[in-house]
Design a protein around this ligand. Structure first.
Ligand code: BGC
Length: 755
């Protein structure tokens, strides 16, 4: 038996370490609150929606009267510095006590300069790129009056049926945590006092990505071990990075609504993690605590507040019921005071009491939004996020010569390149892929175009799928296919720009068949049947099942939804100006029946000994292999990399020591390139079963063609730790396996012993 070393963290359900009560030193807030009535304090906790930008039913009230009554602490979804400035002036000049307002928005992957969707951004594995995109988002949003951003979304997701997988960083907690911190740094800067940074709001706390069946707003049932080891780390990372606020989630967790889960909001988040910031609900969540059967409607607000929720987004139930709840003895005034204090503290951290109009500079709005510099950065970052999944005969990059057929409903859809959170963008200013291709080739080649198909055969399904960023259903698909084949016949190579449309992922966009939609898939088959090389430019907000495509198409470049500059960025990569460098952060299954399918799974009791051959009484399927189609960490380049034999500095890791793993990588192809070198660990015997592998470190290295680089990883005890059944953060001395390679399947393994 191995001896056990425990590094015990304060138990989750334990006693509060830090009091969240008022900060006595803050004389300003003390003084202000001493002059506020109970109703005015409750007013600070109210966060109505101001405009009609997405998110279900708009319950938008009259902001002006709420401001004058003092029954509002902030609002969200109002676009434009002039209107925001007017409302801020009203609050400061005419509202009780002149308290400035929080102004929220969902600036999730850009404001008007739109960057790739977060899932795509994560495929860059580049925290610097993520921080830059967040910084630019903050500059643009603050220039237009916003001071509070409902981002980052750090929900780990293992189920591509869930449309909101597009909004997060994929399935891995280690990479997810690194990127989560980068978002916060980019939005908030060193502190929030600058005019061009804002307060981040990490969401959705918690476990929303594990919603049952991949169906939105649904239930979650999960062990504490799974939560703490896989789903919560990115949230804790943002708390460590000083995130100013947090949004709770829509789902039940083990039968309790996240919005009223005291163990989560108070005990874990505030007490154990020492989160000092503001907690807001998600859109209209408080009455949903009752809808989901965990509270009477009249008590829902009291339950949410008592659990630790400070601000009520949209429902207005705090304002309607909390004063009465105090009279009924359901809520203590002190709890309302604490929540109000946290709202005022957030305003203070933003510098709003010093200068309430610091985000109301109309000159900035004219000069700082959708600038050439921001767009250049978006273009550069977008190119980093594309994942080359297949490239037979090195068909990519395409030569700029002859006739190139660009075919598909996404080829000339400038309004459809941005992805899920882009309703603040002005898509009329964006360029389509067709225009970008024509600009890229100039006179050197001819780009022929055909729409090729609708998104779906069925007009109503297409309407449901395309939502805000509509692609019109035109003509009949047989005719569109035929037209495309005529164009294909005249060309040397076919580029098919197809897949999901922008609104098929994101909120409330779950799917059961995660394939390329019907008519587009049929079109693709017909294009492949021409015998000409076919490059599939795959637009998607989630992993799709590409079994047929992976067998039959010459090349697949997954371009996700690349933002406002996607057209140029795709052209940069397709024509070889840049080599693809993205690697998947979410597993692509062979069949939707394999879902949930993720690389860091536990070992089954009957592992399959012979992959590809059906073995009865093994943990497998009769009709499909266990393996993914494209695994986590996977992605090709135009060049090739060769890994040398990895070496360990020692095969023993002393308790306070380190071991170094090093490996040499050569660029053996014809292009300069970036390789993402990945290191995984496995603990084969532990107190609770540990995954077959877990990402523990990675490096992005640029290696010019013909060059080589030695990459080193330092392993210490911290990398071996996990939460055991008592939620102690421990490691178990003994043998460990360390693996290194270009993706989660293609790995070389060494072993060492941890003391
Ligand atoms: C979404 C949140 C978003 C909020 C405000 C909700 O429907 O779940 O992610 O921040 O709306 O727009």
């Amino acid at each position: 038996m191995r001896s056990l070393i425990n590094y015990i963290i304060p138990a989750v359900a334990g006693i509060s370490l830090l009091s969240c009560s008022k900060n006595d030193s803050d004389a300003f807030i003390d003084d202000l609150m001493s002059r506020m009535t109970l109703e005015e304090k409750i007013g600070q906790l109210n966060l109505p929606v101001g405009g009609d930008i997405q998110s279900g039913v708009v319950l938008g009230p009259q902001l002006d009267s709420l401001i004058l009554e003092g029954s509002i602490g902030g609002f969200f979804n109002v676009k434009g510095v002039e209107e925001i400035s007017r409302l801020q002036h009203l609050a400061v000049e005419k509202g009780p006590h002149g308290i400035p307002l929080l102004v929220g928005a969902d600036v999730v992957h850009g404001y008007e300069t739109i960057f790739p969707i977060p899932l795509a951004l994560s495929c860059s594995w580049d925290s610097v790129a993520v921080e830059r995109m967040a910084h630019i988002s903050a500059i643009e949003a603050t220039a237009d009056g916003v001071n509070w951003n409902f981002s980052p979304m750090v929900d780990i997701c293992r189920d591509p049926r869930w449309g909101r997988i597009a909004e997060g960083s994929g399935e891995d907690p280690y990479l997810g945590s690194i990127l989560a911190k980068a978002y916060v740094r980019g939005y908030q800067g060193d502190n929030m006092k600058s005019d061009s940074t804002l307060m981040a709001c990490v969401k959705h706390f918690a476990l929303y990505g594990a919603t049952e069946g991949g169906r939105d707003y649904n239930t979650v049932d999960m062990s504490k071990e799974r939560m703490f080891n896989y789903y919560l780390p990115p949230f804790q990372a943002t708390v460590d990075a000083g995130v100013g606020s947090l949004m709770s989630s829509f789902n039940l967790i083990n039968g309790q609504h996240a919005t009223a889960a005291k163990w989560l909001l108070n005990d874990v988040l505030r007490d154990d993690w020492e989160f000092q910031g503001l907690i807001a609900t998600d859109y209209n969540s408080i009455p949903e605590v009752s809808t989901m059967g965990t509270s009477a409607m009249e008590d829902a607000a009291a339950n949410a507040l008592n659990a630790g929720t400070d601000m009520d987004m949209v429902s207005g139930l705090y304002v309607k019921t909390l004063a009465d709840a105090v009279k009924r003895g359901l809520v203590k005034e002190k709890t309302i005071d604490d929540a109000c204090r946290r709202v005022l503290e957030a305003k203070q951290k933003l510098g709003l009491f010093d200068d309430p109009y610091k985000y109301c500079n109309e000159e900035r709005a004219k000069g700082d939004i959708f600038t050439p510099a921001h767009r250049d950065m978006a273009r550069e970052i977008a190119a980093q996020t594309f994942v080359l999944m297949k490239n037979d005969n090195n068909i990519l990059p395409l030569k700029k010569r002859g006739r190139i057929a660009l075919i598909g409903p996404l080829a000339d859809a400038a309004n459809n390149m941005c992805g899920c959170w882009s309703m603040l963008a002005k898509t009329e200013n964006h360029e389509s892929l067709l225009t970008a291709f024509r600009n890229a080739v100039g006179n050197e080649a001819e780009i022929l175009y055909a729409k090729g198909s609708n998104v779906y055969y069925d007009e109503t399904t297409q309407k449901n799928a395309t939502g805000l960023r509509r692609i019109e259903h035109t003509g009949d698909d047989a005719g569109l296919h035929a037209e495309a084949l005529l164009v294909a016949a005249q060309s040397d190579v076919i580029v098919a720009a197809i897949g999901e449309s922008s609104d098929m992922s994101g909120e409330s966009a779950s799917r059961t068949e995660i394939t390329i939609p019907d008519t587009q898939r049929d079109l693709l088959k017909k294009l492949v049947n021409t015998g000409k090389p076919v490059v599939l430019l795959l637009f998607t907000g989630r992993p799709l099942v590409l079994d047929w495509e992976s067998e039959n198409v010459t090349s697949i470049l997954n371009v996700w939804f690349g933002g406002s500059e996607a057209g140029d960025a795709i052209a940069d990569v397709v024509f070889g100006g840049k080599s693809p460098q993205g690697k998947l952060t979410t597993t692509f299954p062979r069949s939707v029946g394999q879902v949930p399918l993720y690389y860091n799974h536990l070992m089954s009791s009957h592992p399959d000994p012979q992959e590809g051959v059906f073995n009865r009484y093994c943990s497998n399927y009769i009709d499909c292999s266990n393996e993914p189609l494209y695994p986590f960490g996977y992605g090709l380049s135009y060049t090739t990399f060769e890994y040398g034999k990895p070496q360990l500095s020692s095969t023993t890791l002393e308790r306070d020591g380190t071991v170094t793993l090093s490996v040499e990588i050569k660029n053996t192809g014809d292009y300069d390139g970036v390789e993402i070198v990945q290191m995984y660990l496995r603990d084969p015997v532990a107190q609770i079963a540990r995954p077959v592998k877990e990402l523990k470190d990675f490096r992005r290295v640029y290696i010019p063609k013909g060059g080589k680089k030695r990459v080193e990883f330092t392993i210490d005890a911290e990398k071996l730790k996990y939460y055991n059944a008592d939620l102690e953060y421990v490691y178990d001395p003994g043998e460990f396996r360390v693996m290194v390679g270009p993706d989660s399947e293609n790995l070389q393994t060494l072993t060492f012993t941890a003391k």
